[in-house]
Design a protein around this ligand. Structure first.
Ligand SMILES: Cc1cc2nc3c(=O)[nH]c(=O)nc-3n(C[C@H](O)[C@H](O)[C@H](O)COP(=O)(O)OP(=O)(O)OC[C@H]3O[C@@H](n4cnc5c(N)ncnc54)[C@H](O)[C@@H]3O)c2cc1C
Length: 463
């Protein structure tokens, strides 16, 4: 419970203008993309690591939850204040502190929007590859906390591959520096990796040292259509089998294509499946790789393979791809969006399996996503108000997870566990592994004040 004296203290730490307790503001910080809002009791907008540290120390001595928040675009409820408390929004901490072009690193604050950062480094011929589809509004801090991935992960890896070091305020308030500014470094435990992907439960990231690489000289974009999604899925594994690693390899099924095309009108072909593929590098190498990809596509019964280097056309295609998730609400008022990953050779089996689950449960399931790294966004569409559909949707999710684990995959490639997958943790992790994770959490956050109610289920898991 946030008392009047606590409100006064919060205002003293961050400044009167940077703390709010009004219902209107609290509402804005009550939700993320899962649309399962819970009101916090206060929201603060600190301007420094020191202010965050003071809030955490106060939370420890008085006992109230603190929830770090970037842009609130998370898909697992990570920034939802499920137990109330104080939301720490990083939106004022968005500076690019340094771009060291000689050493290919940058130092940034956590509230910086990923796209804004990419635009700045690209002006210098540098490249920061992590590109979650939310990149125009999600933050570097949120990306690190979730270890976000994106279409380019197939070639360039995910956020963790670009985090060299961090400054973070621990749950008990101490500010620590982790990692290095160098290409290598192995002094002590790798706390950078521990914090990356920790979903705001082990520390509040206040600064990040990020690795940059040279910007590729040229990009070629290829749009491939198929009459049967199973041929598209087989093409994905055949491209990888042929030892070609495109910079992106995205799949969209017919449900996703139709939905987004009605909404974005990007000129996507209304066929059973589409692959959106990019290769990057020197103009010679991209030309060669595009040719090899075209051959694999045609061998797998592609209806059409269209290469483009028209900037406007390519931008429209990517805008459409990024709009799929939101456009699916045209079908049903609710969706459960899972981000399972399977070994790339198992994609055909996964796609057929998901279609079969949809049929068996009487639900429409839209599949799209980062097929090149085996990460498919499976969207179970339903109406929460219809008890039959609600039950069927929950059962379909369990079926999808069972299938994924049978295929030696993982139940989350990038969205994290948060609240939405906490109940399924024991489907993938052993009791001993869960216990080891809980012990780490307890050591760093003995009073359990930082982002409580996330990752670990409160009661026995439903599995
Ligand atoms: C349309 C759409 C498309 C998306 N596409 C992708 C995609 O392609 N790939 C992908 O990986 N994700 C995707 N996402 C999910 C989401 O955008 C990512 O998880 C993103 O990294 C969240 O960033 P955020 O700034 O919005 O963080 P928030 O949602 O605010 O927070 C996410 C988590 O990070 C923690 N956190 C935030 N800032 C800090 C900090 N400074 N220190 C410690 N913890 C912190 C929060 O407590 C929370 O647990 C998508 C979401 C949407 C809505």
């Amino acid at each position: 419970m946030i008392t009047e004296s606590l409100k006064t203290e919060l205002k003293r730490i961050v400044g009167v203008k940077n703390a709010s307790f009004s219902k209107e503001d609290l509402l804005c910080y009550s939700y993320d993309a899962t649309n399962s809002p819970v009101l916090p009791e206060a929201v603060v907008f600190p301007g420094s690591a020191e202010e965050i540290s003071l809030i955490l120390k106060m939370a420890n001595s008085i006992g109230f939850p603190v929830i770090p928040r970037g842009a609130g675009t998370g898909f697992s409820g990570g920034s939802v204040p499920v137990e109330g408390g104080v939301v720490i929004s990083t939106e004022r901490m968005k500076k690019i502190i340094e771009i060291d072009a000689d050493n290919l690193i940058a130092v940034v604050e956590p509230g910086l929007v990923t796209w804004d950062f990419q635009q700045e480094v690209e002006k210098l011929g540098l490249f920061y590859p992590p590109d979650p589809s939310s990149l125009k509004f999600s933050t570097i801090g949120g990306n690190i906390a979730e270890c976000a991935g994106g279409p380019r992960a197939v070639k360039y890896g995910v956020t963790r591959d670009y985090v060299l070091g961090l400054e973070a305020a621990l749950p008990t308030g101490e500010i620590i520096d982790t990692g290095v500014r160098t290409a290598k470094g192995v002094v002590g435990y790798d706390l950078t990796r521990l914090l990356t992907g920790s979903e705001g439960t082990l520390g509040v990231i206040t600064k990040a040292i990020l690795r940059l690489i040279p910007l590729p000289e040229s990009i070629r974009t290829i749009l491939v259509t198929f009459a049967d999604i199973r041929d598209a899925a087989k093409t994905v594994s055949d491209i990888i089998k042929a030892k070609i690693i495109p910079s992106t390899l995205e799949i969209m099924d017919s449900v996703s294509i139709r939905c987004v095309e009605e909404y974005a009108k990007a000129g996507l072909p209304l066929e059973a499946a589409v692959l959106l593929i990019e290769v990057d590098g020197s103009p010679e190498s991209t030309g060669k790789e595009a040719g090899r990809i075209e051959k694999v596509c045609l061998e797998n019964k592609a209806l059409e393979v269209v290469a483009s280097s028209d900037k406007k056309e390519i931008k429209d295609l990517w805008n459409a791809r990024r709009a799929i998730s939101a456009s699916l609400f045209r079908i049903k008022p609710n969706k459960i969006n899972e981000d399972i990953v399977v070994p790339r050779s198992s994609i055909p089996e996964l796609i057929s399996g998901v279609q079969e689950i949809g049929k068996r449960r009487g639900l429409l399931i839209a599949s799209f996503g980062h097929a090149g790294d085996g990460n498919i966004h499976v969207n179970v569409m339903y109406d929460k108000k219809d008890p039959g559909e609600d039950d069927a949707a929950q059962s379909a999710v369990r079926d999808v997870f069972d299938l994924t684990l049978r295929l030696k995959g993982t139940i989350s490639g990038e969205h994290g566990v948060g609240i939405t997958k906490a109940g399924y943790l024991n489907m993938e992790l052993s009791p001993a592994a869960i216990e080891a994770m809980k012990r780490i959490k307890n050591v760093l956050d003995p009073k359990g004040i930082l982002n409580p109610g996330k990752i670990f289920p409160k009661s026995a898991a439903p599995h």
